[in-house]
Design a binder for this molecule. Structure first.
Ligand code: ZN
Length: 317
């Protein structure tokens, strides 16, 4: 059942995903879950929707970010300096556009894509990094949260860390109501893309699909009546949708295994076979997806990798 204290606000985005949903939660504090993209159009719609509730941006006490992506965080730039901005610590370098971090991203992905066998004449990963900040913001978290945290003014809601789509991803879970403010953890119109990121804790690169599968596993364990998602309509048949997403992923992993059973391939060569129509245009997205499947098969011990001439080649065991 929908909760009258949760008011969805749909904002236009310049991205292929279409509109983003942010949520006004009326509790002891006035909270917005996510802000929207940094565009004039989104700002105008947000102000109008708030005005319809008798509110302005100045009335919002706090914004809780489900994750750092520009379509969710960018519009923070419109908010007055006093607003509280709350999220997982991994949001920080993205929403503040930390120059050292951006340089690290560029060099990390350039190196990584070489290892994956992506030819030098493809779109440089640095450009993709730059583009990802285009509709983002220049703000800083005023408060960080992690697993189990409760947020002042949002009584009954608890933070669950749900990485995968982004390392910074959290959801808000209301146990009593069986409700979740879910960000991009589970969406009806499309599957959430587990995206490659720079490691923030140091060490090895994150394994986004493995993290995502674990996060979906957590969803299956919770008694949920409704998820208020970041895109598309509310989800009331959570387990059914999770099962559908898991099946699609398993099928894709099997496809990768079949390709590798024939002969060894670099990740880039697999990517070309999995996504022949879109890999050039959507290189970062399709490579993230490909690496996800390789991480999954490798974690099951079904494939291995060897390096030749600086490129990783995967083989079926
Ligand atoms: Zn996202």
């Amino acid at each position: 059942m929908k909760d009258a204290r949760i008011i969805p606000i749909s904002l236009p985005t310049p991205f292929a995903v279409g509109d983003v949903n942010i949520y006004l939660v009326r509790g002891e504090a006035l909270t917005l879950v996510d802000a929207g993209p940094n565009t004039k159009e989104a700002a105008a719609v947000l102000k109008k929707e708030l005005a319809d509730q008798g509110l302005s941006l100045n009335d919002i006490d706090q914004v809780v970010l489900t994750h750092h992506h520009a379509d969710h965080a960018g519009l923070l730039d419109e908010f007055p300096a006093g607003v509280k901005i709350i999220g997982h610590p991994f949001n920080e370098p993205y929403i503040s556009q930390n120059p050292d971090f951006i340089e690290k991203q560029k060099s990390f992905f350039t190196y990584l894509f070489q290892r994956f066998g992506v030819p030098g004449d493809m779109k440089p990963p640095g450009l993709t990094v730059k583009a990802s900040y285009r509709f983002s913001c220049n703000r800083t978290l005023t408060e960080t949260v992690s697993e189990g945290a409760q947020i002042d003014g949002l009584e009954g809601w608890r933070v669950l860390e749900t990485p995968g789509h982004a390392t910074s991803h959290i959801v808000l879970y209301h146990e009593e109501l069986g409700s979740m403010l879910g960000g991009d953890l589970l969406l009806k119109p499309s599957s959430s893309n587990p995206l490659l990121e720079v490691p923030q804790k140091g060490g090895k690169r994150p394994t986004p699909l493995l993290d995502y599968l674990e996060s979906l596993g957590r969803l299956q364990e919770l008694p949920l009546n409704i998820i208020y998602p970041g895109h598309g309509e509310e989800i009331t048949t959570v387990n059914k949708l999770v099962a559908k997403r898991l099946e699609k992923q398993r099928n894709r992993a099997e496809e990768v295994y079949r390709i590798l059973s024939e002969k060894t391939h670099s990740p880039y060569q697999i990517c070309q076979k999995l996504f022949p129509a879109v890999y050039e245009k959507e290189l970062f997205l399709t490579m993230s997806e490909t690496i996800g499947q390789l991480d999954d098969l490798e974690s099951q011990g079904r494939i291995g990798a060897e390096t030749a001439n600086g490129i990783d080649y995967y083989y079926a065991k």
